[in-house]
Design a protein around this ligand. Structure first.
Ligand code: C5P
Length: 225
């Protein structure tokens, strides 16, 4: 049995990857499986929290005993986070959110006969949900003592370069903690095991965690507690 150190706490967790539609049948997406966010939701539940899981596309089952809010796009995720954050003691943003979306969504399937050999897409920037949560533009006001944890998935192979980027991101996003992992064609996203570095709000390293995503989830929750 886990310590009930999150008993009665409300935690909103985003998981998975957003999908930005191009037309009724196609989207721009990413390779997030949702495994880490789902593990966090299950771990927080096991420690007594009331969990709201805001799920973009997941490739794993939703754990029992959590409240589920399903979203597709970054804009839908923003609405769900704004809603959940108003009553949350902590918000954990594990979802991989599309930074850009197609400027227009075609009403009908885009036809190759009509578009020719080259199809140009125009993309517009999505809101940075995490940054707008911490700077107070997403919700009327951040709840006193609300802990906000962000994730950073970077592809730099050099440790120092990766940490420099992540450290700046921790400060820029205004998070209490940033969970940093290296991702690539084969690493992390669909994997069962992971390896993360944990940064504080100043961008300084507070620890590392290696192992299956459930044990890493518990390390992240230890920091949250
Ligand atoms: O800037 P970057 O995408 O690396 O930041 C990752 C963190 O920011 C994650 O916690 C992710 O959920 C969040 N994010 C967001 N809104 C975006 C892009 C990322 O909240 N538009």
């Amino acid at each position: 049995l886990r310590p009930q150190d999150l008993a009665g706490r409300r935690i909103a967790i985003t998981a998975g990857g957003t999908r930005e539609p191009l037309d009724p049948v196609r989207f721009l997406g990413n390779r997030s499986s949702g495994k880490q966010g789902v593990a966090l939701a299950a771990a927080a539940r096991d420690r007594g929290a009331h969990v709201t899981l805001i799920a973009a596309h997941l490739e794993v089952p939703v754990p029992a005993g959590v409240a589920l809010v399903e979203v597709q796009t970054a804009q839908e995720l923003a609405v769900a986070v704004a809603d959940a954050a108003q009553v949350a003691d902590a918000v954990v943003m594990a979802a991989a959110v599309a930074d850009y979306r197609p400027e227009t969504v075609a009403d009908d399937k885009i036809k190759k006969d009509a578009t020719g050999d080259v199809l140009e897409l125009r993309l517009v920037k999505n809101p940075d949900i995490l940054a707008s949560l911490t700077n107070g533009t997403l919700t009327p006001k951040r709840l006193p003592g609300q802990v906000v944890i962000g994730f950073a998935a970077e592809t730099e192979t050099d440790d120092a370069a990766l940490l420099a980027i992540a450290s700046a991101k921790a400060v820029r996003k205004g998070v209490d903690f940033l969970v940093v992992n290296r991702v690539g064609w084969t690493e992390v996203f669909a994997a069962d095991d992971t390896r993360v570095t944990l940064l504080d709000r100043a961008g300084s390293i507070v620890g590392d965690a290696v192992g299956d995503k459930m044990s890493v989830a518990h390390r992240i929750l230890d920091l949250l507690v």
